[in-house]
Design a protein around this ligand. Structure first.
Ligand code: CTP
Ligand code: MG
Length: 230
């Protein structure tokens, strides 16, 4: 059944889905790769649409796949589909341009984090609603981390207690994200990085193991196993 979004919600979710998935190996663009019989993008959008305060979802699709993505998502949830760009940051900027001014909170969420629970979407949005300009979901780093020189020589051991692995959705006050994108120079892999560069405080909230980013073939195997858990 097609999900209904909340017309009184205060959240727009941007879903960059225009990447090709080089690290996953040859095939269709990553957002359209199958997981348990459905494309990753369908898994992702179904979960975002189930979050109670979401009013608008904007997907940045590969330019050649816009019609296919519209048709794919029509039975899942009402979404706006725009053409993505060559870099993730351009895809996010294209999606952001489709968000009306009266939406207060904007979340940016990788399609590749297809199993992210609606609860995480809500907890990030709630952190911004509670007064933070920017909030990102994180997990502790579990491996020992080394700094290594060009000749593979270990230069030192990094104190992992001060490190976090960062996930999406990343949440922002609409004006904060808009300003960060308008003034961005170098492409970065996450939106919080742009906001940090603009001197705005970014705050961590607890992430979820289910929000893993499907990047390599092994991640598809892990994701399939996780689908059996919840
Ligand atoms: N993305 C995007 N536009 C791009 C590049 C990436 O919208 N030009 C999106 C991807 O579709 C993905 C998210 O950003 O949902 C995170 O990127 P990543 O996991 O790196 O996906 P890909 O770029 O597709 O993978 P790879 O780097 O292995 O090619
Ligand atoms: Mg990429």
């Amino acid at each position: 059944m097609t999900a209904q979004l909340n017309p009184h919600g205060d959240v727009a979710v941007l879903v960059p889905a225009a990447g090709s998935g080089v690290r996953l190996g040859p095939g269709v663009p990553k957002a359209l790769r199958m997981l348990a019989g459905e494309p990753l993008l369908v898994h992702a959008i179904r979960r975002v649409a189930a979050a109670a305060s979401v009013r608008l979802i904007v997907v940045a699709a590969p330019a050649a796949e816009i019609d296919a993505v519209r048709a794919l998502l029509a039975p899942v949830a009402p979404v706006v589909v725009v053409a993505g760009g060559a870099e993730r940051q351009q895809s996010v900027a294209a999606a952001l341009a489709a968000v009306p001014d009266d939406v207060d909170i904007v979340l940016v969420h990788d399609a590749a984090r297809a199993l992210t629970p609606p609860e995480l979407v809500e907890s990030v949005a709630a952190a911004v609603r509670g007064g933070l300009p920017a909030a990102i979901p994180v997990l502790p780093v579990v491996d020992t981390v080394k700094e290594v020189g060009p000749d593979d020589r270990v230069l030192g051991t990094v104190d992992r207690t001060v490190l976090r692995s960062v996930q999406t959705p990343q949440g922002f006050r609409h004006d904060v994200l808009a300003t960060a994108h308008a003034t961005a120079s170098d492409p970065l892999t996450d939106d919080a990085g742009l906001v940090e560069k603009a001197g705005i405080v970014v705050t961590c909230v607890p992430g979820s193991e289910f929000a893993l980013k499907i990047t390599r073939p092994l991640d598809l195997v892990l994701a399939e196993a996780l689908l059996g858990v919840r």
